[in-house]
Ligand binder design. Structure first.
Ligand SMILES: Nc1ncnc2c1ncn2[C@@H]1O[C@H](COP(=O)(O)OP(=O)(O)OP(=O)(O)O)[C@@H](O)[C@H]1O
Length: 641
């Protein structure tokens, strides 16, 4: 029963998503039921960290008790397990928001991806974050008693939810008196969970999952009672975890299991990390970094304001969460801890904004992470592939964002190309250069909105014929990457859909002469087409790049590529309007036919232009006229036969 006077208790309904999540949690995560303790301890530890941070300039929040700790108790008779902390606590509004709703970004995507298959869904919930609600895996009633630091005892709040009978979708909130600040969470265990009512079992779980928690986790000491033949509680308390900073220990004394358990806490992740790097840096600035690459992208990765980044400590004292200044945006998936020996203990977010020391820390952390990625790429291709699939598109942002490390980041990029002609992004720029034809000076690429549009682009025809590899870029961010990455290892990057194709030494003299000759022969035709198309084209010329298609559109050397112009337009941005150049393939029968056409010349010219635009991935601004013209030409042809 609740300790609160029921007259003042208020019934409230969970947000619909919470109900769904609770249901899923209980059904999909049952085989992982032990994690509830890790999650509650992790939250308690975060609550202590938050208090420490808020108390930096408001020491009265400690209320005379600065020794932050987490306590675990159990009551075998009442069948309860209680986790309490003397951290920041919550007020009524916070209780309702934090425990009654899900305010996370990515919530919609998460629910959209659920399949009903328990295994798959368990994996998804893990990625989404299990948190407080995991308590309901082992408990059918949960009581939270909490009081925010710094407010009066009478401002305590009790939250309670029973998952039985008709009340499953609702919870109760009531005011209570709570003398000590912080949060106490009592789990009323479900039938069959009695094994958790044991000091030995709970200690085992703490050691297994929460040993690395920095605050002491205390439990009542037990001793063996011969008469009763059982362990009995004493009046003393003892710390049951290591309660020291894992990152401050020497690397060779930390096991992989410990690194992994620590990651799950700092990364708010349910799954294993992909890789980590742990180093103590000495010199002008002294700091320790323990940085992890997660195995999966979190749901809120595309939310550039998402939290959960790097925790900053100063000489092992927690300073702040999500110190975004410590990692560049394009490495926002990195999780972990940086512990500085030089920053002042009273450092604030504002000081951090301007601190030169932070710039040094960030440069050091960035270097470490890029080094770790290089190492993975070189020595563990499988892991690197996993990394690339999850975070490749975020890393690409770095090409524009971090000019100092541009070459390094470029070396980490992976592309699809005409070499394998598959959608898999596996080609490095170095691989490409290694396969360049003799006499080839540039790295060629094509950008398009989809992989198939890139792969089948008419602009590739001459490259395919000559066996020259072309990178196939179809991720949105690629246009941005290419805008900054103009060369790699001394080789310029060149779009196959821009400017004239100058294949340099790859083109033989006779081919060049042939094109020049055709250009001369077709001079009049080019002029007529240009006049016919009027404002739609900048120029009309004979192509070097087509072998099979009759026509294609290209952007002038210094104009914006057409794919980028479309992306900008779709994003509602002004793109400088530049007209394309139409290139015609005089060896194609359609173009030869055009040369002799009199009556339907304008229709032919317009259809060739529109087809080239479609093949290039563009959209017609007047599709109905295109259809009408094509039909008219088909009829004219069949009448002529
Ligand atoms: N012991 C506690 N003391 C103070 N606040 C708490 C405590 N436990 C939970 N909360 C609050 O409730 C919120 C929701 O907790 P929950 O565990 O569901 O998610 P989370 O910790 O924010 O994220 P994640 O599930 O990804 O770890 C927390 O963000 C915190 O604000």
């Amino acid at each position: 029963m609740s300790d609160a006077p029921s007259a003042q208790a208020e019934k409230m309904n969970f947000q619909a998503e919470v109900k769904q999540l609770l249901h899923l949690m209980i059904h999909s995560l049952y085989s992982n039921r032990e994690i509830f303790l890790r999650e509650l301890i992790s939250n308690a530890s975060d609550a202590c960290d938050k208090l420490r941070f808020e108390a930096l300039d408001k020491s009265e929040l400690f209320e005379g008790d600065g020794e932050l700790k987490i306590r675990i108790r159990f009551d075998a008779e009442a069948k309860t397990v209680t986790v309490s902390d003397n951290g920041i606590g919550m007020n009524r509004d916070e209780v309702i928001t934090n425990l009654g709703t899900i305010a996370k970004s990515g919530t919609k995507e998460f629910f959209g991806q659920l399949t009903g298959d328990q295994k798959k869904d368990a994996h998804l919930i893990g990625q989404f974050g299990v948190g407080f609600y995991s308590a309901f895996i082992v408990a059918d009633r949960v009581t939270v008693r909490t009081r925010r630091a710094g407010v009066a005892a009478a401002e305590g709040v009790q939250w309670e939810c029973a998952m039985t009978g008709d009340t499953a979708g609702e919870y109760q909130v009531a005011p209570i008196d709570k003398a000590d600040r912080g949060t106490e969470i009592t789990l009323h265990l479900r039938d069959g969970q009695e094994d958790l009512l044991s000091g030995w079992k709970l200690r085992e779980l703490v050691r297994k999952y929460s040993d690395h928690i920095v605050q002491p986790i205390v439990m009542t000491k037990e001793k063996w009672d011969e008469e009763k033949g059982a362990q009995v509680a004493t009046d003393e308390e003892e710390t049951v975890n290591q309660a020291n900073a894992l990152w401050a220990r020497p690397r060779n004394e930390i096991t992989d299991e410990e690194y992994t358990a620590f990651y799950k806490h700092v990364g708010h992740d349910f799954q294993e990390p992909l890789a980590w790097t742990h180093a103590k840096v000495e010199g002008r600035h002294e700091y320790t970094q323990l940085l992890y690459i997660p195995g999966n992208a979190p749901f809120d990765m595309w939310d550039r304001n998402a939290r959960h980044g790097i925790k900053l400590y100063v000489r092992r004292v927690f300073i702040m969460d999500d110190a975004e200044k410590l990692m560049p945006m394009y490495l926002r998936f990195v999780r972990g801890v940086v512990d500085s020996a030089d920053l002042p203990l009273n450092v604030s977010r504002e000081i951090l904004q301007e601190s030169k020391d932070i710039d040094t820390l960030r440069a050091g952390c960035t270097k470490k992470v890029l080094g770790l990625l290089e190492d993975l790429a070189k020595n563990d291709a499988e892991k690197y592939t996993t990394f690339w699939k999850a975070f490749g598109n975020v890393l690409k942002e770095g090409v524009g964002e971090d000019s100092a490390n541009r070459e390094k980041i470029a070396g980490l990029l992976r592309f699809a190309s005409t070499h394998a002609d598959t959608v898999d992004q596996v080609v490095t720029l170095a691989d490409y250069i290694g396969r360049m034809k003799e006499g080839q000076e540039k790295i060629y690429y094509v950008t398009a909105e989809t992989f198939n549009a890139a792969k089948n682009s008419p602009h590739l025809e001459v490259f395919r014929k000559k066996g020259i590899e072309v990178l196939l870029l179809s991720d949105r961010v690629d246009e941005w990457v290419i805008g900054y990455l103009t060369e790699f290892d001394g080789k310029a990057l060149q779009s196959v859909a821009k400017g004239g194709v100058d294949l340099g030494a790859l083109e033989d003299e006779s081919e060049k002469k042939e094109v020049e000759k055709l250009a001369d022969e077709y001079k009049d035709l080019l002029e007529r087409v240009k006049t016919s198309l009027g404002e739609r084209v900048k120029d009309v010329r004979v192509t070097h790049r087509l072998t099979d298609s009759p026509a294609c559109l290209v952007a002038d050397e210094h104009d914006m590529g057409m794919n980028l112009a479309r992306i900008l337009k779709a994003a509602g941005q002004e793109a400088p309007s530049s007209k394309p150049i139409l290139e015609l393939n005089p060896t194609h029968p359609a173009v030869q036919r055009l040369n002799t056409e009199a009556e339907h010349f304008d229709d032919w010219a317009a259809v060739l232009f529109d087809q080239a635009l479609l093949a290039e991935g563009g959209t017609l601004d007047d599709p109905a006229t295109f259809v009408k013209r094509t039909n008219a030409l088909m009829l004219a042809l069949s009448n002529a036969q």
